[in-house]
Design a protein around this ligand. Structure first.
Ligand SMILES: [Zn+2]
Length: 344
């Protein structure tokens, strides 16, 4: 039954930042308090610096559309459109309203945005998750969209990049939500069988069913500095009597223990991905803009960011506390549930 609900052919459309996205403000209007160093930062300065604190390097969360603008050459992104529709299969109370609200707040129809575009001239399938959408928890729609994006990469023989963030599996869908781990892992094995490159980029926070499935399955795993990454949160694990070391569940700790391949600052992420694609002999194409000889003195990243103008901070920060309470993980016991909150 579910198969017939979700299976659909791709259509393609050019992605433009939505009105709501462009006008969404950072809390407090002109200024934002850095979560890293406590300094007050001028929002324009923060935006220009790709939502990274210029003083301490703290990486703020960015929305999925903004991430696309940061990574994909201007005017080349085509969203993978499919006919996945939301369905409250367990008739979970208030879930429909929760989804509607998240859709309004983010301008997205689920926590996953996927498409095909040029990354520094390399054609790639890019998937970005949006924490502003119910903590980027993974439900059936998110799992299906990721599976379709992987299939698009296989069909077109393109490399795949997934930029993850998530509070874990989505409690409202119970077992179906956990099944997305198996589903996304299985479809990724097809990509692997075809010898296609998959780069996983983990951003803060990435927890639960997402880190435990496609998050960790990258051929190359990159994380942003100081990103919180893990399965169950620190407090949950400590309840079992385990004593955890300093810095546990940070990108730096993961790198030291061989769980990820590199930590890359946001300002270097596009360049690093481009180099990796070069190393894997992914050919470059000229973007349409280059062919037309268009001049953009600001460069693609800043130019587009000004248009997109948006950060998901407002929604993300606001929904963080809600989201933390609404997600459970594999194992779905209460301890794990608290762990997700802890992980943030
Ligand atoms: Zn700071």
């Amino acid at each position: 039954m579910l198969n017939s609900l979700f299976r659909s052919k791709h259509r393609y459309a050019t992605l433009r930042p939505r009105e709501s996205e462009a006008t969404r403000a950072i809390p407090g209007g002109l200024w934002t308090k850095c979560e890293g160093c406590g300094q007050i930062i001028y929002n324009k300065e923060l935006k220009k610096n790709l939502m990274v604190c210029v003083r301490c390097g703290f990486h703020f969360r960015v929305s999925a559309p903004e991430r696309v603008c940061q990574l994909i050459d201007e005017g080349t992104f085509e969203e993978l459109i499919d006919q996945t529709v939301f369905y409250n299969v367990l008739e979970f109370p208030n879930y429909d309203e929760r989804i509607e609200r998240a859709q309004e707040e983010t301008g997205l129809d689920c926590a996953v945005l996927s498409g095909i575009g040029l990354l520094d001239g390399h054609r790639v399938v890019l998937v970005c998750m949006d924490f502003g959408f119910i903590g980027a928890t993974m439900g059936s729609m998110e799992g299906e969209r990721i599976a379709l994006a992987v299939e698009a990469a296989v069909e077109r023989r393109l490399p795949l990049i997934i930029v993850s963030t998530s509070g874990g599996a989505r409690m409202h869908e119970g077992m179906l939500s956990l099944m997305q781990m198996a589903k996304t892992s299985a479809v990724l094995s097809r990509l692997h069988d075809e010898s296609l490159l998959y780069i996983s980029v983990l951003t803060s926070p990435t927890y639960g069913g997402v880190s435990a499935s496609f998050g960790w399955l990258g051929d190359i795993i990159i994380a942003e500095p100081r990103a919180a990454i893990g399965f169950a949160g620190r407090r949950t694990i400590e309840q079992t009597g385990e004593r955890l070391p300093e810095g546990f569940q940070t990108a730096e700790f993961m790198l030291e223990h061989g769980l990820i391949d590199m930590i890359v600052e946001r300002k270097s992420l596009k360049q690093t991905l481009s180099k990796l694609l070069d190393l894997h002999l992914v050919e470059r194409e000229d973007s349409a803009l280059e062919r037309e000889g268009a001049e953009n003195s600001e460069g693609p990243i800043l130019g587009q960011l000004d248009d997109a103008a948006a950060s998901s901070e407002a929604t993300a920060v606001e929904s963080q506390s809600n989201a933390a309470l609404q997600e459970v993980d594999l194992g779905a016991d209460t301890a794990t549930e608290r762990g997700v909150a802890d992980g943030q």
